[in-house]
Design a binder for this molecule. Sequence first.
Ligand code: GCO
Ligand code: MN
Ligand code: MN
Length: 388
Amino acid sequence: MPDAYTPRPEHKFTFGLWTVGNRGRDPFGDAVRPTLTPVEAVRMLAEVGAMGVNLHDNDLVPIDATVQERDRIVREFKSACEASGLKVPMATVNLFYDPAFRDGAFTANDPAVRAYAVQKTMRAMDLGAELGAKIFVLWGGREGVETDACRRPDEAIKRFREALNYLCEYSLSENYDYKFALEAKPNEPRADIYFPTTGAYLALIETLDHPEMVGVNPEVAHEQMAGLNMMHSVAQAWEAGKLFHIDLNDQVPGRYDQDLRFGSANLIAAFWLVKFLEDVGYSGPRHFDAHAYRTEDYEGVKDFARGCMRTYLILKEKAAHWNADTEIKSLLAEMANREGNGQMVGRFDKDRAARLLARDFDRASLASKGLQYEKLDQLTVDILLGVR
Ligand code: GCO
Ligand code: MN
Ligand code: MN
């Protein structure tokens, strides 16, 4: 029965082929679900109400496919997408699975590996463009080390920049109109990974030849794995005009890569994240990069996918509820009053600086009044738990 939390295309929910197609293999155990073909995945995603499907080159086209095989696979996939009304907003490249990338892709020591990685990415860009993708995600899964004896990390940064500059030029020369979204992950699969945080990528972007073409793709699990606050990373990216894509899932800090259903581990963090995205009017796809528990069959995979979207929509409703709550509004207004007109020091000039230096601050009074954040937070919890 459709209800207020039933996904519709305008919600822009997307899943990767690799997410619903995940067969539950882990380092300790084999696959528990049969292979789901890309066409079957498209049908499943349409059935559960997603707007789009994203893919790595090799989720669709095997790495050793001939040109004829590739063209046939792409044709069939395209017509499955058209028949189900599914879009392909984002494409990406697998630069981590093949043993050739054991020392990294764009940062590997062997120049032939680096050139192959760039070539593979160009072909993945061709594929994405053919399917209509305008966002190209780059996750440097193997860009890192087990031992720092192998190279200096600043050399790796230079190599990574060179590859990105090249790929931007390729997109321009082919009129692909791509926005690149760089995805940071602090660890796994290598011991240490370069650009471990969204902030590290934001800093790199400003040093590129075409910074306007490159943004970030923060992932909940990757931030939380390192004990960081996802919403804060997203907010920094947003404020910099760099939130080009987002990977939604969940993760308990300090654990291995869990890729849990959105909102299933840290509901409060998920709430603040959804509230942020909705408050600022983020208009990109809400992409789920997660997979179903290993206990599930494909019916359970549908439960998983529906659950990600349902939780998002419930949290979106809760965020609107929070924004409209009179008690919360009056606490926020009181806070705003206490902060005066919001001016801190204004722009620097000599007179203003002299006045600031001469000003007497009453530290005791600044510290005397409680801030009522306990109350504010409990009101949030009441809303989330449905008693308010
Ligand atoms: C992971 C990553 C990947 C990337 C994907 C897109 O932890 O494995 O999150 O799922 O998002 O490769 O490039
Ligand atoms: Mn991940
Ligand atoms: Mn991801």
